[in-house]
Design a protein around this ligand. Structure first.
Ligand code: BES
Ligand code: MN
Ligand code: ZN
Length: 493
């Protein structure tokens, strides 16, 4: 990952390959946001050339122009922030910084002369910049011209302030966590199967104070984890339940995080059509987010006890696969009639939720690529959150602060009836309409009285469109920022 440092230097004097300034659309042509960042001759050159250069100030645009010796950096990049009235909000800053670092490839160093007047603005710019500078190199080297910068210098008068320094340290931990989640989601499911994911979890916590405990298929059967066993039994690569623990010396609260980790979702015997399978390597994005949120919480020494539960299985059809009509027994004894093997996420999560709640945490939050209905309801950029009013509200609040989009959704009790089974306590599918809410109601059966929220990130976890702002194509790492912010909010409860 790129290294980001703060500097008090005059932007005109920093020795970087590209110096970034912000530009917004204005009445007499686009206007530079930070008046003092550039020498006046250069400013008037840019003002006169803006139209000819096609510089509009539109959100996300990046134009590179030679600085012609007016500043130390040989190139100036103008990043558009869109129409602005008054101070830029934090997400606008994150996106501008991320648009710049994502698009300014093929250079070693970038200087950022973006608005960074206080520690919160420094945090936003640093987060966006680091999130945008991502590349995925597991299966091929990035061509030099597409490689993100290695060093980023952020100009701010607050460079010596402890609050600003802490903001950079936090942004670095956070972006590192998001990058690692993207890496896991982008991995080929040939390589990332449940045992390999458990190994990746062990590797990720090495050298940290996070404890890890892995249950293999025998331990899962012995422990009554019927959902994980049933979903995993069709694959030649057996399921795992990974428990992670960050236990600070004097925790003020305890939070359990449960992640759906289907390393590939073929649907099982209720097999998906080919198109529907194309993105199903990403069906473990919830578990990946949980893993790296716990690691980040430990790195930041949050005074909250955090347990992470990764529910890992590969959902495959075979002679040993579960059948539609099989009745399974979840951890804790609830019986479930599996009418559709493609509704597998809720089966592995139910076991994870029961195990998590046995330890009586102050709150439990699950995160999952759970339903196609989430995408029907909210599209590919807005995630859903359901559950107890208190925790759901805390998640929405945390998401807003972190710059992720989570929208509150209800759990209508009248839909619960559709989950009735003729033979078991519950069926694993119900009404097709409101499918996301029905999945939430299913999960609700397994949390008892523990305050709980359920996050459905089906669409936002994997970007099938073009890259935008600080978000690349493929795995996005969604959820980490909200979960970390949520844990921080529990630290001050
Ligand atoms: N992993 C899928 C949900 C999904 C779909 C995530 C598209 C991301 C993109 C989940 O396991 C699934 O197949 N859900 C079914 C449930 C249905 C059978 C009740 C669905 O949404 O169609
Ligand atoms: Mn499925
Ligand atoms: Zn799935």
């Amino acid at each position: 990952m790129a290294t980001l440092t703060l500097t008090l230097k005059d932007p005109a004097r920093i020795a970087v390959d590209v110096l970034v300034v912000a530009v917004a659309p204005g009445t007499g042509g686009p206007r530079l946001l930070d008046d003092d960042a550039l020498p006046s001759e250069l400013r008037s050159l840019l003002a006169r050339g803006a139209r000819g250069l096609g510089i509009t100030g539109e959100t996300g645009t990046v134009h590179r122009v030679p600085s012609a010796g007016h500043v130390a950096a040989p190139v100036i990049a103008l990043v558009g922030v869109g129409e602005q009235s008054g101070a830029l909000d934090h997400e606008t800053l994150r996106r501008a910084a991320g648009s710049a670092t994502r698009q300014l490839t093929g250079v070693r160093s970038i200087g950022l002369a973006l608005p960074a007047k206080d520690a919160e603005q420094v945090a936003a710019v640093a987060e966006g910049a680091l999130l945008g500078a991502y590349e995925y190199t597991r299966y091929r080297e990035t061509p030099e011209t597409d490689r993100p910068a290695e060093t980023i210098e952020l100009v701010t008068a607050r460079a010596r302030d402890n609050a600003a320094k802490r903001a950079v340290a936090r942004a670095t931990v956070l972006a590192d966590a998001v990058h690692r989640v993207r890496d896991l989601v982008n991995a080929s499911p040939l390589d990332l199967f449940p045992a390999a994911f458990a190994d990746a979890a062990r590797a990720a916590v090495k050298g940290t104070k996070v404890k890890v405990n892995v249950l293999d298929e025998k331990a899962l059967a012995a422990g009554g984890y019927g959902g994980l066993v049933a979903v995993g039994q069709g694959s030649s690569r057996p399921p795992r339940l990974v428990k992670l623990t960050w236990a600070p010396s004097r925790p003020v609260q305890s939070v359990a995080l449960v992640g759906k980790g289907i390393t590939f979702d073929s649907g099982g015997l209720s097999i998906k059509p080919a198109k529907g399978m194309e993105t199903m390597k990403s069906d473990m994005a919830g578990a990946a987010a949980v893993l790296h949120t716990v690691v980040a919480a430990a790195a930041l020494e949050l005074p909250v006890k955090v347990t992470g539960w990764l529910c890992l299985a590969e959902n495959m059809p075979s002679g040993t696969a579960q059948r539609p009509s099989d009745v399974i027994t979840q951890r804790g004894g609830t019986t479930v009639e599996v009418l559709n093997t493609d509704a597998e996420g809720r089966l592995v999560l139910a076991d994870g939720l029961v195990a998590a709640c046995e330890e009586k945490p102050d709150a439990v939050v699950d995160i999952a690529t759970l339903t196609g209905a989430q995408m029907v309801a909210l599209g590919s950029r807005v995630s859903a959150v359901m559950g107890s009013e208190d925790v759901r509200g805390a998640v929405v609040e945390a998401a807003g602060r972190s710059g992720e989009q989570f929208w509150p959704m209800p759990l209508p009790t009248e839909l619960r009836a559709s989950l009735k089974s003729q033979v078991a306590d519950l069926a694993n599918i119900g009404d097709r309409f409101g499918g996301m809410l029905v999945a939430g109601l299913f999960l609700q059966e397994f949390v008892g009285s523990t305050p709980w929220a359920h996050l459905d990130i089906a669409g936002p976890s994997f970007n099938e469109g073009g890259a935008h702002d600080y978000t690349p194509v493929g795995g996005t790492g969604v959820g980490v920022r909200t979960l970390l912010q949520l844990l921080e909010s529990y630290a001050t409860r």
